[in-house]
Design a protein around this ligand. Structure first.
Ligand SMILES: Nc1ncnc2c1ncn2[C@@H]1O[C@H](COP(=O)(O)OP(=O)(O)OP(=O)(O)O)[C@@H](O)[C@H]1O
Ligand SMILES: [Mg+2]
Length: 257
């Protein structure tokens, strides 16, 4: 069935025993949108992203991605999506190039395209010359870059990126940001979780702030400013006000007692 939305979550709830990780979430993301998912630790961001891929099953509700019902067509969904998990499990005893080659083969990327894309991305991420080293010898940022490249190799229509920019140096973060922005022009949709508020503010068309499994606020920066009654503020103040941690002084005083 055709849908204009790249992502559609309807009345989605996910519980882990007594913990309600995601609570009756409704969210639609348009094709070509860059959407930022923000929220304090444990607010349900990663769980939401995993449900978009079918890695976690909702207890209630439906998840539709690129016109596909994720529960019914999990393999098709994975084929169209590039996913960077929060803490990726990559094969540490492969070299960078072996790993990328392997992932490209899984996605059925042709040999010529594979070679060209891998060379291009390794260069862009400044990993040239290190691709023959074993992944267990890489720094955290280098591992992150390899994971990002592996998620981009099959030219997905939707990126699901869980904290994609942490551990990246400013130059690499900039390259990823520019890359996502460029792909947006080609109709690629991105949904990313991040704690880096400046990046969300600069890159995302809309932002959803999650809190205790629910969407507390949703919109572009102007709409969020209105919602928080902070007409001139940046995202940090809005975030802190909406998530109830505005008065941090008391917390800091408590910690420094
Ligand atoms: N596999 C699991 N088993 C049990 N509880 C889980 C599991 N995964 C997540 N949870 C719980 O669900 C809630 C939401 O977790 P989630 O990982 O979605 O949060 P998050 O917003 O991504 O947080 P962070 O910013 O720390 O990455 C938390 O209370 C967490 O403890
Ligand atoms: Mg998370």
């Amino acid at each position: 069935m055709y849908t204009q939305f790249a992502v559609e979550l309807k009345d989605v709830t996910k519980r882990y025993n007594e913990i309600v990780a995601v609570n009756n979430l409704n969210l639609t993301i348009s094709t070509g949108e860059i959407f930022g998912l923000l929220g304090p630790n444990g607010s349900g961001k990663s769980t939401t992203l995993k449900m978009l891929l079918g890695l976690v099953q909702p207890d209630f509700g439906t998840v539709n991605v690129l016109g596909l019902d994720v529960q019914r067509q999990p393999v098709e969904v994975k084929r169209l999506v590039g996913y960077v998990p929060e803490s990726p499990n990559i094969y540490e005893f492969l070299t960078g190039i072996e790993y990328l080659d392997f992932i490209a083969d899984i996605y059925g990327v042709s040999t010529a395209e594979k070679k060209q894309r891998i060379t291009e991305y390794l260069k862009a991420m400044q990993l040239e010359g290190r691709e023959g080293d074993m992944i267990n010898s890489y720094s955290d940022g280098m591992k992150k870059k390899i994971t990002l490249i592996s998620a981009f190799l099959h030219k997905p229509k939707l990126f699901i990126l869980d904290e994609p920019l942490n551990a990246l140096d400013p130059r690499s973060a900039r390259i990823v940001k520019d890359f996502l922005h460029e792909l947006k022009g080609q109709g690629v949709t991105t949904i990313m979780s991040t704690h880096v508020l400046e990046i969300a503010e600069a890159l995302c068309d809309r932002i959803g702030i999650m809190y205790q499994g629910q969407l507390l606020a949703l919109g572009n920066m102007d709409e969020l400013r209105q919602k928080a009654s902070l007409p001139k503020s940046g995202l940090e103040d809005i975030f802190l006000k909406l998530t109830g941690t505005e008065d941090l002084r008391a917390v800091v005083e408590e910690l420094t007692k």
